[in-house]
Design a protein around this ligand. Structure first.
Ligand code: ZN
Length: 389
């Protein structure tokens, strides 16, 4: 049962629907969707890239309305599952709710929480399994949306998305929650995306096998046992390999993730982000690693990481590269990367000019992508659109 309704409320929004099930009303969801960055992972499997609208989240209110009207609901302490009535037998929904209940509980256990900054508190994660082809995504308010087709295809990233919800700190965290929009943008730009995505991957890949849950392997990495070799092989095979390595461990943006090249670069980026995250967790412990997420908005994550590890990030990076057999790939920071590499909002503010040119370039890329039907993110959507193929 949901205990903290305020998690799902929008200031000023009313609950006129009298939702006895304590679900967010559609208007609240729509408003929240418009306000929040959304952490997400693509549910599309390799080779099935779909054209998708940039405002994929705008349909969340409709998805909730449909499910509350024609859906099946199963409530557990750590998970609430909604599914279309005709999509699967009710007994499956109940069984899935049992599994996800254990999955979210396991995530919490692995995270060594609770943490006072957690937005979700000890409330459940709500899984909306919805019709249609769209990008699976979290919301930052305790709910995740996953295409029911991905559940049937066994590529649903249940625990990855749930991890994003468990890792969401109290606002302001997502870009649009900052009163100062410039500050919000700069804070978002300084986000270490490799960690922002790598930690949910690490948590999900640790929790899923522990409870026998099949977690969708979106990028066909093969789990923690294969993540190092997957990263190394993909870096060596990809023309984007060095660019991915250059942003690992840094608060820098990998431009190719937000252009039509995303489908090629994301499998490398996610494998390496998960690999480096595991390397760091093994050195500083999961609790210190989890604490790096709220530190990203304080601008202290780099300092906190170095303090916990007892060594500089560059030394950490080099140790990781040696571990995965890419010690010659350390490279350096070119000027453009250095300008965007900072956990500090103040430092990131100095990168405003760089952002302006990046935005212009991305707008061109977006137009090209729209013309070709591909999916692309612009700086305005970062990091809502963390993962998309
Ligand atoms: Zn994600």
């Amino acid at each position: 049962m949901l205990r903290d309704r305020t998690l799902f409320s929008v200031p000023g929004a009313t609950d006129e629907e009298g939702d006895a099930m304590m679900l967010p009303n559609a208007r609240a969801i729509l408003a929240r969707a418009a306000l929040l960055f959304v952490a997400l992972v693509c549910s599309a499997s390799k080779g099935s890239a779909q054209a998708a609208a940039l405002n994929w989240w705008a349909d969340d209110s409709l998805r909730i309305a449909m499910l509350t009207r024609d859906g099946i609901k199963a409530v557990r302490a750590n998970a609430i599952v909604w599914a279309p009535r005709d999509s699967m037998p009710e007994i499956w929904v109940a069984a899935l709710a049992d599994t996800l209940d254990r999955g979210v509980a396991k995530l919490r256990e692995i995270m060594r929480g609770p943490y006072e900054w957690q937005r979700i508190g000890d409330g459940p994660v709500t899984f909306y399994l919805s019709p249609g082809r769209f990008v699976s995504h979290g919301t930052g308010y305790g709910a995740v949306f996953i295409p029911v087709s991905r559940v049937h295809e066994r590529v649903a990233p249940f625990l990855h998305e749930a991890s994003h919800e468990l890792l969401a700190p109290q606002p302001p965290f997502y870009r649009d929650e900052f009163a100062d929009s410039v500050q919000g943008r700069l804070a978002a730009e300084a986000t270490p995306l490799w960690l922002f995505e790598g930690l949910p991957d690490y948590l999900a890949q640790t929790a899923a096998p522990a409870i026998g849950l099949h977690e969708g392997d979106v990028f066909e990495i093969g789990g923690l046992a294969k993540v190092d070799s997957a990263c190394a092989a993909r870096v060596q095979a990809s023309p984007h390999g060095q660019a991915v390595i250059d942003v690992m461990g840094r608060g820098a943006r990998l431009a190719a993730l937000f252009t039509t090249e995303r489908a090629q670069v994301a499998p490398v980026f996610y494998a390496c982000g998960q690999s480096l995250t595991r390397h760091i967790v093994e050195r500083i412990g999961v609790r210190a690693a989890v604490e790096l997420i709220p530190a990203t908005r304080r601008g202290t994550w780099e300092r906190d990481l170095e303090r916990a590890a007892g060594q500089s990030i560059e030394v950490l990076r080099q140790g990781w590269l040696e571990r995965i057999g890419l010690e010659g790939r350390g490279g350096g920071r070119n000027q453009s990367l250095r300008s965007a590499t900072s956990g500090s909002i103040d430092a990131a503010r100095t990168a405003g000019a760089t952002h302006a040119s990046t935005a212009a370039a991305s707008n061109v890329a977006r137009m090209a992508a729209n013309a070709s039907g591909a999916m692309v993110a612009t700086p305005d959507t970062i990091p809502r659109m963390i993962c998309a193929t």
